[in-house]
Design a protein around this ligand. Structure first.
Ligand SMILES: NC(=O)c1ccc[n+]([C@@H]2O[C@H](COP(=O)([O-])OP(=O)(O)OC[C@H]3O[C@@H](n4cnc5c(N)ncnc54)[C@H](OP(=O)(O)O)[C@@H]3O)[C@@H](O)[C@H]2O)c1
Length: 361
C-alpha cells in the first residue's frame, strides 16, 4: 500500500515525466547519431575498434600486472567491468561501501577466475572523510605489496539515482557528492600514483546520455548543498546535472593534462553505457522500475550489464590517442556529447569550484 502511494506520488511528479519522456528521447537521439555516423563511415569504421591487450613489461622482461581501481564494483556495471578486467589480467581493486557485498563480489568473480587478483576496500563515496581514508589505506597497501607504486586505471563508476533529498555530513546533496564530487576528489588524490605509471594510464568516468537533458544551469557546486534543496526534490534534473558536471570535469582535466604534454600518457575518457538492467532504479517504486525495464526491453534499448560494460572496457583498453573522446554504444564507438559539456568557460569555472572540495579533505 505504502509502495503504491509512493508510485502514485512519483507518477504525479514533473520529475517522473521528465525521466520517462526526455531520457528515452535523449537515448534515441544518441543511437540515431551513432547509426547516421556509421552510415557515412566517419569515426566508427570497424578497423578503429581495437583494444590494447596487456603485454609483458619490456623493461624487466616480466609481466607486470597493472592495477585498476573500480568504484561501485559490487553491482551492475561495476561488477561486470571488474569481471572483464580480471579476465584481461588486471589486479582489480574493488571499492565498495558494504563489506558483505565486497566479499560476495570476490566469491562471484573467483567462481569464474579462480586465480583472480582482487583486493577490496570499503569506501563510502558520500563522505569525503571516507574517500581520504580509502586513498590512505590503498597507498599503504601498495607500499606493503610488491607491486609498483602506481595506478594504471581508475574507473569512477559508482553512482546513484536518489529520489529523495539527502544532505551528507559534508553538506552536499548526496547524489551530487556520490556521482560527481567524490569522483573529482578521488581522481585528484590518486593523480600522483596515476602519473607514476610507466605504462600509459587511464581515468574512465562513467557518465550518462541523460546529461543531454541538463539545461544551462549556473555551474555552482554549492547549489545543492545544505539549505538549498527545495521540498520537491528535482531528482531527474540533479542526476542529469551530476553527469554533466562529470563530463565537464573530464574534458577540463584532459585539456589541462594536454597542456602539460601528458595527454598521451594519461587518457581521460568519459563513457556512456546506454540503458542497462542494473540496480540503478532501486529507489524508484518497483512497479514503476519493472514497467520501465519492460518497455525498454520491448524497444530493444535495454542491455545486460555485460553488454553495457563493453563501452567501459573499450575506454579502459583504448589506445592512448583517444583521451577526451566520449565513448558510447560499444564496439569502440565514439561520438560527441552535448555542446554544453564542451563549454570550456563553464568547465574552468567548475574546476575552480572543485577546489572547495579539496580544501575540505
Ligand atoms: N544502468 C544504467 O542504465 C546507467 C546508464 C547510464 C549511466 N549509468 C551509470 O553507471 C554507473 C553504475 O551504475 P549501475 O547502473 O551499475 O547501478 P548499480 O547496479 O546501482 O551500481 C551502482 C554501484 O555504485 C555503488 N554506490 C552507490 N553509492 C555508493 C557510495 N556512497 N559509496 C560507494 N559505492 C556506492 C553501489 O554500491 P551498493 O551496491 O553498495 O549500493 C553499486 O556498487 C552509475 O554511475 C550510473 O549513473 C547507469
Amino acid at each position: 500500500m505504502g509502495i503504491d502511494r509512493a508510485a502514485i506520488e512519483m507518477v504525479l511528479s514533473f520529475q517522473f515525466w521528465r525521466m520517462a519522456i526526455l531520457w528515452p528521447l535523449a537515448l534515441l537521439y544518441c543511437y540515431a547519431r551513432l547509426n547516421l555516423a556509421a552510415l557515412f563511415r566517419r569515426r566508427t569504421s570497424p578497423r578503429e575498434h581495437f583494444r590494447c591487450r596487456l603485454v609483458p613489461d619490456s623493461a624487466g622482461g616480466n609481466f607486470r600486472r597493472p592495477i585498476c581501481i573500480i568504484t561501485g564494483a559490487t553491482s551492475g556495471l561495476g561488477l561486470a567491468t571488474a569481471r572483464a578486467l580480471v579476465g584481461e589480467g588486471y589486479h582489480v581493486v574493488l571499492a565498495g561501501r558494504c563489506a558483505e557485498s565486497l566479499y560476495r563480489t570476490i566469491q562471484e568473480i573467483k567462481q569464474e577466475y579462480e586465480e583472480a587478483h582482487l583486493t577490496t576496500f570499503q569506501v563510502d563515496l558520500s563522505s569525503l572523510q571516507s574517500v581520504v581514508k580509502f586513498e590512505a589505506s590503498f597507498k599503504q597497501w601498495l607500499l606493503d605489496s610488491d607491486l609498483h607504486p602506481s595506478v594504471q586505471l581508475l574507473i569512477n563508476n559508482a553512482g546513484i539515482l536518489a529520489t529523495s533529498s539527502r544532505i551528507t555530513a559534508d553538506g552536499y546533496d548526496q547524489m551530487i557528492q556520490t556521482n560527481f564530487i567524490s569522483a573529482v576528489v578521488l581522481t585528484s588524490l590518486l593523480l600522483p600514483l596515476i602519473k607514476n605509471s610507466s605504462l600509459p594510464s587511464r581515468i574512465v568516468n562513467v557518465t550518462s546520455f541523460t546529461h543531454l537533458c541538463a539545461s544551462n544551469m549556473k555551474i555552482d557546486c554549492k547549489k545543492f548543498s545544505r539549505n538549498t534543496i527545495s521540498e520537491k526534490y528535482p531528482f531527474a534534473s540533479i542526476y542529469e546535472y551530476s553527469k554533466l558536471c562529470l563530463l565537464l570535469f573530464s574534458y577540463e582535466l584532459h585539456r589541462r593534462l594536454r597542456a602539460e604534454n601528458l595527454s598521451s600518457k594519461i587518457s581521460i575518457i568519459p563513457v556512456d553505457p546506454g540503458v542497462v538492467h542494473t540496480n540503478i532504479l532501486r529507489e524508484v517504486p518497483s512497479c514503476l522500475s519493472q514497467l520501465a525495464f519492460r518497455v525498454l526491453s520491448f524497444l530493444h534499448l535495454l542491455q545486460s550489464p555485460e553488454a553495457g560494460a563493453s563501452s567501459i572496457i573499450d575506454a579502459a583498453l583504448a589506445p592512448s590517442n583517444v583521451s577526451g573522446e566520449y565513448f558510447f554504444g560499444g564496439r569502440g564507438r565514439r561520438m560527441g556529447s552535448s555542446s554544453l559539456s564542451y563549454d570550456a568557460k563553464a568547465a574552468s569555472q567548475l574546476w575552480l569550484n572543485t577546489s572547495i572540495f579539496e580544501e575540505q579533505v
